[in-house]
Design a protein around this ligand. Structure first.
Ligand SMILES: [Mn+2]
Length: 469
């Protein structure tokens, strides 16, 4: 059989190196061990019986590399549909249609990389929204694999525990890419995080090691370097806003090459991010809560110390109804305990016709080692509860160590102008390390936890000033 070595996953031992070989006749890829040393770009005439190359006639020709890359690009384009995904919600469907050419071009890029065994890193935010996006993408890729009859391989899923893409993240991605020899540049795909000035150093650290696809729905921050990526797509730039969730965006992106049904996942993303398009069903509520738990405390599902959560693990849990029910029961319990403690610990400030509630998460979370609920997501749940208990619109401010999470009722989010208040605070006060988010949900990080009370006062005063003006 004749093929071209498209990528190599290096290992210290030659026998452990993993070679991705494109079949020259069919453009399908296969993964092999090899008893002889091969290099990326080499054409080999070989016998790959049993998944190991024992001997091969080797040649190298630039033209053959170009032909293989063009064949992969062509095969990728053939997989991409030009019919925009639509779910029957006009406002969403119009935004999707406007983004479609862009999403299709990004999908063609992703698929070309996968068809040449290039390393692909997919990072998703650790919440219901980010994880539905990753899971929808995973299911769609699996569907495509089964239709084209080969596995892509060399894909790494990483759950992102912050809303920024930092230097450490970029360094780890570059190190990982250095572990491969490829004829095609590695690809990084980020979803549901990172649109912030705080990600600029990470983006700079990436250099030109990667092609990048960035799917986000956080408000556009001018000066964020990722905006220059050819494959940065954000509904804010196409007449949409944060209500068009990243989970929905990633599922729509996946619809360019797969028709796998992701409606329930999309719905779970709307619930998780409090999107105005949310129309919950019992099943999607359940899914959203499960993903919320799994992404908050990976130990309850993996049983290990690893803090990563992969779509494979999510798949395993979702397929096991008894296990999923058990986890849901656990989540509901933890949540209602935390709500009860919070109700006894909040301070209230009147702000025009609204109420601002402030609480310390330390007083809420009973068990030190418990990771569910996480403070940010708990702030949203607490806002729900406060809405139930009060007739006025509410704001919840929850502090925890160096972090301050703020949740604002959508009905007053324009007037309260949380993002404006946070950006003023960043200018006026050097003790703030980072701050950002959506109109109705934001997080501040202070350099020193001792400064917290001062920060809280500035924040409450800023919101109050806007609401009373
Ligand atoms: Mn989101």
């Amino acid at each position: 059989m004749k093929g071209l070595v498209a990528s190599i996953k290096y290992s210290n031992a030659q026998s452990e190196q993993l070679y991705c070989v494109v079949d020259t006749a069919t453009a399908k890829i296969g993964y092999y061990r090899s008893e002889i040393v091969l290099k990326e770009g080499e054409t080999i005439d070989f016998d790959g019986e049993g998944g190991t190359v024992k001997s091969a006639a080797i040649s190298f020709d630039d033209a053959a590399v170009s032909v293989a890359r063009e064949a992969a690009a062509e095969a990728a384009r053939r997989c991409v549909s030009n019919k925009p995904y639509a779910i029957g919600v006009k406002a969403l469907d119009e935004v999707t249609a406007r983004m479609w050419d862009r999403l299709s071009a990004s999908a063609a890029l992703l698929l070309k990389k996968l068809m040449l065994g290039a390393p692909v890193i997919i990072r998703f935010h650790n919440d219901a929204d980010g994880s539905t996006g990753a899971f929808g993408l995973y299911k769609s890729l699996a569907d495509l694999e089964s239709r084209i009859g080969f596995r892509f391989g060399n894909t790494v899923w990483k759950m992102q525990r912050s809303v920024f893409y930092g230097i450490d993240d970029a360094s780890s991605d570059v190190l990982m890419a250095n572990n491969y020899g490829t004829i095609e540049k590695p690809l990084l795909l980020c979803t549901d995080f990172g649109t912030a000035l705080e990600s600029n150093d990470g983006v700079a650290t990436l250099g030109d090691k990667f092609d990048v696809i960035w799917l986000d729905h956080h408000p556009i921050i001018e000066g964020f370097r990722g905006l220059d990526f050819a494959h940065y797509t954000n509904p804010w730039r196409f007449g949409g806003d944060s209500n068009y969730t990243a989970g929905f965006l990633s599922c729509a992106f996946a619809k360019t090459f797969s028709e796998v049904d992701t409606r329930e996942l999309e719905e779970a993303s709307f619930i998780g991010d409090y999107s105005e398009y949310s129309a919950p069903t019992e099943e999607s509520r359940r899914l959203s809560m499960l993903l919320d738990l799994m992404t908050s405390d990976t130990r309850v599902v993996t049983g290990s110390a690893s803090s990563n959560l992969t779509p494979e693990t999510i798949d395993t849990v979702l397929k096991d109804k008894a296990r999923a029910d058990e986890l849901l029961g656990y989540a509901k319990n933890k949540l209602s305990e935390a709500i009860d403690s919070a109700l006894g610990a909040v301070k209230m400030y009147q702000a025009g016709g609204a109420k601002i509630f402030v609480a310390d998460f330390e007083n809420v979370r009973g068990d030190e080692s418990a990771r569910y609920p996480l403070p940010g997501r708990f702030a949203s749940k607490l806002l729900d509860k406060m809405r139930e208990l009060n007739t006025e619109p509410c704001i919840v401010v929850l502090h925890f160590g160096k972090l301050v999470s703020v949740r604002v009722d959508k009905s007053i989010s324009d007037k309260a102008d949380l993002l404006g208040v946070m950006s003023e605070m960043k200018k006026a006060y050097a003790g703030i390390e980072s701050g950002g988010g959506h109109m109705s949900a934001g997080t501040l990080k202070v350099a020193d936890a001792h400064d917290r009370s001062q920060i809280m006062r500035l924040l409450v005063d800023g919101l109050k000033g806007n609401l009373e003006s």
